[in-house]
Design a protein around this ligand. Structure first.
Ligand code: PLP
Length: 389
């Protein structure tokens, strides 16, 4: 049996592997606190669950148009207008099963041998994995801890050359919790105006998870790049719907037919009943999102305080998403060593920074999408593991 060469270039998302290891340890009777996986710990809002159930009762059992039900695409366009202040054409919206397919399609559309794609490192691991799978060269964008894990836009622009086809910008970011400010985006966009061959993929899946003092600036706010901007967002994080698998992409007019073709060749469409539930999430009451955000904020302030108090740790305050990304170089261990030690000896699942790229060495990701009680217990266990009695 001979596998296609590209299979050897495909990476993975270690958070899923750690989840499996944590579950296996639990099955052996070990007590595990999972701060590894990036999934909110809240139930999906009840009105959304009801809408999904009703949709099944109402006969939403069949294929929908590949781009999604027109009324769901219209609901996305309304939501974009409400939250990002920009009127968009619902015909350029594609509903997909999760955030990942938009990323997958964009990278497959532009990546091939002899081309380059810029992506954040440390960053969501699927970017690098998919870029390499496509055959393109993965060119890392460095995120600077001292700048709250923002990039230096001039440094990013200096990496662009005639082979550059796509640049991926993620704000708010996984795994760092960093939010890219307006100033940096202004400089980046002004520079991109000199490189019209570069398409931009803005992964804004955490757009509503931003805390006081920070603002989410969408790349959609910049008219000069709108005709080459692919915007990725979805329901997973905002509405605690990771297992429903629902997301959307906004594509430039000249690319939407290509995106639709990739959808037809892979998923056909997102689940019909799930799309109806997603429409309720956007159009229905929003208090569940506000409550979730308030709970994340409280945990964020607490976990960062606690992490900074651990020997060998220092943690900048994340401004978005639900991750803390402490620098752990003071422990004398590598990220992987510390991750493995904490899982085996403390029963705390975290993710090594290197799971998010080589530039994640020296960091560990803690997801605070878990109860305050769990977080405090996890920190106490980490403290004991670091300072054995
Ligand atoms: N983009 C980022 C930055 C993420 O962190 C994630 C999930 O962790 C995704 C996209 C994918 O989201 P989904 O689970 O909806 O595919």
């Amino acid at each position: 049996m001979t596998l296609a060469k590209r299979m050897s270039r495909l990476g993975t998302e270690s958070a899923f592997e750690i989840l499996a290891r944590a579950k296996a340890l639990e099955a052996e009777g070990k007590s595990i606190i999972n701060l590894g996986i990036g999934a909110p710990d809240f139930r999906t809002p009840a009105n959304v669950v009801e809408a999904g159930k009703k949709a099944l009762d109402d006969g939403y059992h069949f294929y929908t148009p590949a781009k999604g039900l027109p009324e769901v695409r219209a609901a996305v366009a309304e939501d974009v207008k409400r939250r990002r202040g920009v009127a968009i054409d619902p015909d350029c919206v594609q509903i997909v099963p999760g955030g990942k397919p938009t990323m997958f399609f964009a990278i497959l559309m532009f990546g091939e041998e002899g081309t380059e794609i810029l992506y954040p490192n440390p960053g969501f691991p699927i970017y690098e994995s998919m870029i390499e799978f496509s055959g393109a060269k993965a060119v890392p964008i460095e995120l600077l801890e001292e700048k709250g894990f923002q990039f230096d836009p001039e440094e990013v622009l200096a990496k662009i050359n005639p082979r550059t086809r796509l640049i991926i910008v993620n704000t708010p970011a996984n795994p760092t919790g960093g939010v890219i400010g307006r100033e940096a985006l202004d400089v980046l966009v002004a520079g991109l105006e000199r490189h019209p061959q570069v398409t931009i993929l803005a992964d804004e899946i955490y757009s509503r998870l931003v805390y006081e003092g920070a603002e989410h600036v969408s790349l959609l706010a910049y008219p000069s790049i709108r005709d080459r901007l692919i915007l990725l967002d979805g329901w997973s994080k905002t509405f605690s719907m990771t297992g429903w698998r629902l997301g959307w992409g906004l594509w430039p007019k000249h690319l939407i037919a290509q995106a639709e073709r990739l959808q037809i060749n892979s998923n056909s469409c997102a689940s019909a009943a799930v799309q109806v539930a997603g429409m309720e999430a956007l159009r229905g009451p929003q208090h569940a999102v506000d409550e979730m955000l308030a709970a994340f904020d409280q945990r964020r302030l607490r976990i960062v305080r606690e992490l900074n108090d651990l020997p060998g740790f220092s943690c900048v305050m994340p401004q978005g998403a639900f991750y803390a990304f402490p620098n752990i170089t003071g422990t004398g261990m590598t990220s992987r060593e510390l991750q493995d030690m904490l899982l085996a000896e403390a029963g705390v699942a975290t993710v090594a920074g290197t799971a998010f790229g080589a530039r994640g060495e020296g960091y560990l990701r803690f997801s605070y999408a878990s109860s305050l009680e769990n977080i405090l217990e996890a920190i106490a266990r980490v403290r004991s593991a670091l300072q054995p009695a």
